[in-house]
Design a protein around this ligand. Structure first.
Ligand SMILES: Cc1cc2nc3c(=O)[nH]c(=O)nc-3n(C[C@H](O)[C@H](O)[C@H](O)COP(=O)(O)OP(=O)(O)OC[C@H]3O[C@@H](n4cnc5c(N)ncnc54)[C@H](O)[C@@H]3O)c2cc1C
Length: 333
């Protein structure tokens, strides 16, 4: 183990980790990035809602540009997965990367989330393969007037369907063989919004180019779609910090204060892994705040204490709920 600990170890080099790297490098901090190579941003065919790119930008292109910018200031990003993170008696950390032990004074966790894949017959990894969309906030605008299928269960599935209602009136919510588990009130909202509910198992799937184009149910009924979304949610990649006793929310996301500080001293978090809106711009903003707070902490200017508000939630589900309450019955599209 080298003698001098890093100022910071940035775990993850998606939009959050790379933004933090650019900031920390320009703050002349001694840090390293480590990345497992599975950024969600790499799955974006083209993003039209990321500001500054009026013609849209491919996720991989954005990551490449950010990596070039970080490297321009001498940033080292090592490929690999941090498998273990321990706290030392003096409050610093030691991370394990392969056989290497990396001592560091602070850590920025920017590890993102993993999307839950729908179980479609003979179509494994449909989200990873780009056959199914995942984020109405990201690309709902592009499906204006389309025939939409939403794979989802329970209230969160309905929330996504209601969220998409401002773009189209042709929406079918499919639970793939499990009961939809909606309350009477939720079923009423679905009916008022003209959302078709389907609880039957899917027997087969048709793919047309880069999209799922129809789902054939066990009864033989065929539902044709222009676009299919998944509303099954995601799992936070926060298992590294669970043993540290860091506070996580009920979805496993790291709870932070307004300076991106977790409840573990010296451990900061930014991006999708944090309880917030899963968007590139949010990941970048949180990373800028975290990097600045880390720099200030290391130069002896601790941020003022702020309460960590466990009740605050910016999850899409929460936003959907607010939005659906105002939408139902308005025949938006
Ligand atoms: C299909 C799709 C389309 C999207 N479209 C848009 C859009 O149009 N606009 C928009 O704003 N957002 C969009 N998003 C969301 C956007 O991709 C995410 O919000 C963004 O990538 C989050 O950045 P992040 O850095 O927090 O996480 P990620 O980009 O997921 O990066 C996390 C990185 O951490 C690494 N990592 C994880 N664990 C470890 C470990 N233990 N050790 C080392 N490395 C680790 C991973 O390998 C990964 O590279 C889309 C997402 C998807 C899936």
């Amino acid at each position: 183990m080298p003698d001098a600990p890093l100022d910071c170890l940035v775990i993850g080099a998606g939009p959050a980790g790379l933004t933090a790297a650019i900031y920390l490098a320009r703050f002349r901090r001694r840090f390293e990035g480590v990345d497992g190579g599975a950024s969600r941003a790499a799955l974006i065919p083209i993003s039209h809602n990321h500001a500054g790119f009026p013609d849209g930008i491919h996720g991989v292109t954005l990551l490449k540009r950010m990596t070039v910018q970080a490297r321009k200031y001498g940033t080292s990003i090592r490929p690999g997965t941090v498998l273990d993170l321990r706290r030392q008696p003096d409050g610093s950390f030691v991370a394990k990367l392969g056989e290497d032990l990396i001592p560091t004074r602070t850590v920025l966790l920017a590890t993102g989330v993993v999307d839950r894949e729908p179980e479609l017959p003979e179509v494994p990894g449909a989200i990873q393969r780009g056959l199914i969309r995942h984020c109405g906030i990201c690309d709902g605008y592009e499906i204006m007037g389309h025939r939409i299928g939403v794979v989802g269960q329970g209230s969160s599935g309905l929330h996504e369907a209601l969220f998409l209602r401002i773009y189209t009136s042709d929406i079918t919510l499919l639970s793939l063989g499990t009961p939809l588990a909606l309350s009477r009130d939720e079923r009423r909202k679905a009916e008022e919004a003209g959302i078709v509910l389907v609880e039957e198992l899917v027997a087969s799937v048709s793919i047309d180019g880069d999209r799922v184009s129809s789902l054939i149910l066990q009864s033989g009924t065929c539902h044709v779609f222009d676009t299919v979304y998944s509303a099954l949610g995601s799992d936070a990649r926060s298992s590294l910090v669970r043993p540290l006793g860091t506070t996580l929310d009920d979805k496993g996301c790291v709870v932070t204060d307004e300076h991106q500080r977790s409840t573990t001293d010296g451990l900061f978090a930014a991006g999708d892994v944090v309880r917030s809106l899963d968007q590139i711009s949010v990941a970048m903003g949180e990373a800028a705040i975290a990097a600045t707070a880390i720099h200030n902490l290391l130069r002896g200017v601790p941020a003022p204490p702020t309460p960590i508000d466990a009740a605050l939630s910016f999850s899409p589900e929460h936003l959907d709920r607010e939005r659906s309450d105002t939408l139902v019955g308005t025949h938006a599209a």
